[in-house]
Design a protein around this ligand. Structure first.
Ligand code: CP
Ligand code: NVA
Length: 303
């Protein structure tokens, strides 16, 4: 594995190796032990969109591992405007040991990876959010939950986070029912890839049907970054896809609620569910830090 642009860059062994490494690194930090295997190493962070979790967790991860991160906003470096993406990739490769990039178009990541001689990590694109999905399934795995056979209901937009969660679910044996309004289903190529991996994924328009008996309910915003002009149309399309206490009532009695955050209380999820006892959203957010350490270490060859 040279880059992490998509969950498709991982196989089952990569996932388990990264989960185990993550657990070790997390335990060391929790025990107050400092390990600095990436001393002197640097990661460039390119962001074309805003971020709280992804930026902070990559920066803190690099500091805790003994290295450093260099934040570059799109306004500063102007990918495709001030300078071409290949030129950015070639220059950065002379200075840093890796590049994490949050971009609008997934093709920008592919171009970066094609022209960089250092590993490139997808920090969210229009197509996928692999670091998020890795932190999410790690969060279940570290609780001792068997992923194989677990029933996950995705409620809402078949978006970037959904695509990565579906692909990683297929790889790890999680069975998925995705409830999406017509026209907002996961990418067909992603569904095909899930099925090629032997994944069990069913797409429905009925949120209740998806939630029925599920072990996990997962949702994300209805209006992703860059889709603000579609707000009215989307609010209307997604009305029947809110994660409420009523919907949670159809799931398994011990069902967990997941959300990648940021959340919009009163849109895709109610405040009562997001802040309620079944919610593990802050564990997911915390684990972004630990899993991304595992990913960076794995890609750097330092693991
Ligand atoms: N979940 C996530 O990626 O959050 P940010 O957009 O704040 O980075
Ligand atoms: N689907 C959301 C995820 C944010 C982490 C977006 O792309 O804005």
């Amino acid at each position: 594995m040279n880059h992490l642009l998509s969950i498709r860059d991982l196989d089952r062994k990569h996932v388990l190796d990264i989960f185990k490494l993550t657990a070790e690194l997390k335990a060391k930090v929790k025990a107050g032990r400092r390990v600095t295997p990436l001393a002197g190493r640097t990661l460039a962070l390119i962001f074309e969109k805003p971020s709280l979790r992804t930026r902070v967790t990559f920066e803190v991860a690099m500091v805790q591992l003994g290295g450093a991160a260099v934040y570059l906003s799109a306004q500063d470096i102007g990918p495709g405007k001030r300078e071409s993406v290949p030129d950015i990739a070639r220059n950065l490769s002379r200075w840093v040991d890796g590049i994490a990039a949050r971009v609008f178009a997934h093709t920008t990541l592919e171009e970066l990876a094609r022209c960089a001689s250092v590993p490139v990590i997808n920090a969210l694109s229009d197509l996928e959010h692999p670091c998020q999905a890795m932190a999410d399934l790690y969060t279940l795995w570290e609780r001792g939950i068997a992923l194989k056979g677990l029933e996950l209901a995705w409620i809402g937009d078949g978006n970037n986070v959904c695509n990565s969660v579906l692909l990683l679910s297929a790889l790890t044996g999680v069975r998925v029912r995705a409830a999406c309004p017509p026209g907002y289903e996961p990418a067909p190529a992603v569904l095909d890839a899930c099925r090629a991996l032997g994944g069990l994924v069913r797409v429905t328009t009925d949120a209740r049907e998806a939630a029925e008996g599920a072990d996990v309910l997962y949702t994300d915003v209805w209006i992703s970054m860059g889709q603000e002009s579609e707000r009215e149309k989307r609010l209307e399309a997604f009305q029947r896809y809110q994660v409420t206490e009523t919907l949670l009532g159809f799931a398994s009695p011990k069902a967990l609620v997941m959300h990648c955050l940021p959340a919009h209380r009163g849109e895709e999820i109610t405040g009562a569910v997001l802040d309620g006892p079944r919610s593990i959203v802050l564990d997911q957010a915390e684990n972004r830090l630990h899993v991304q350490k595992g990913i960076v270490m794995h890609l750097s060859g330092a693991a």
